[in-house]
Design a protein around this ligand. Sequence first.
Ligand code: NAP
Length: 284
Amino acid sequence: MPAEIINGKELAKQIRENMKEEVSDLREQGLVPHLTVVLVGDDPASRSYVNGKKKASAETGITSEIIELPESTSEKDLLDTISELNGNPEVHGILVQLPLPKAISEQKVIEHINPEKDVDGFHPLNIGRMMTGKDTFLPCTPFGIVTMLKSKNIKIAGQHVVIIGRSNIVGKPVGQLLLNENATVTYCHSKTKDLKEITKLADILIVAVGKPNVIGPDFIKQGTAVVDVGVNRLENGSLTGDVDFEAVKEIASYITPVPKGVGPMTITMLLQNTIKAAKRLNNQ
Ligand code: NAP
């Protein structure tokens, strides 16, 4: 039997419907959740992500603004902009779109954001809170992945989760979140030996590599739940994931498509974090 598809777009829509009601209630109490996105430079992919975030915010009643700064912006000017946003009580969530121009240290910028407004969940304080299982802003893509698995009641506790990819924004934190959910977690990366032998042991396989169709059916045992995080643009302009969807869906128990998979969930979790920030900053 082919895998059940976990449609992230549909799930995101349902979650955003619930959020709309929550935001409407907050607005009635005079609290309007507000997200500020800072975009430095003119990278078309970054611009498109930022526009997606603005549109999704508006749909749920969250207000947002995009601060656009030129590619030539100095690190100091960007840090000053963040300081202003940190001090502005009307701003609840701050997101600096990555990547930044090479002259600016991403780490410095991330660490400059008030952790209470860090809706991306990238500040080291929030990462530490996540690692120790404390309430915090969870990084959006990993948070979205866990929400997708839970939406289908896919068993996590005691299961073997194999993750391909160890980036700070996807691979590492998703493993940590699933460990917190009592999974047994194995991380793989470009230096991993005998990758296939490891992935074939997975009950849940999460692929965050960034190379089209690197994972085919020969990497997967019957019944594995497969989450494809990769977003790759092909020469013909279409988007595809890291997993050979058509072949793998014949073996997997569950599979996420690209597009309409993890991507819409990432934005939804950003909105959820923004609402959480607004409430926390206003002692709710
Ligand atoms: P990244 O920082 O480039 O990390 C890629 C990881 O894949 C690295 O750990 C790398 O290993 C590993 N890798 C590369 N080639 C490999 C191979 N042949 N075999 C095994 N491992 C290999 O990427 P990222 O930021 O995590 O993003 C990964 C993908 O997810 C990208 O396509 C990105 O666009 C997508 N993404 C999607 C969303 C979403 O919302 N849908 C969000 C974020 C990212 P090393 O560490 O050894 O180099």
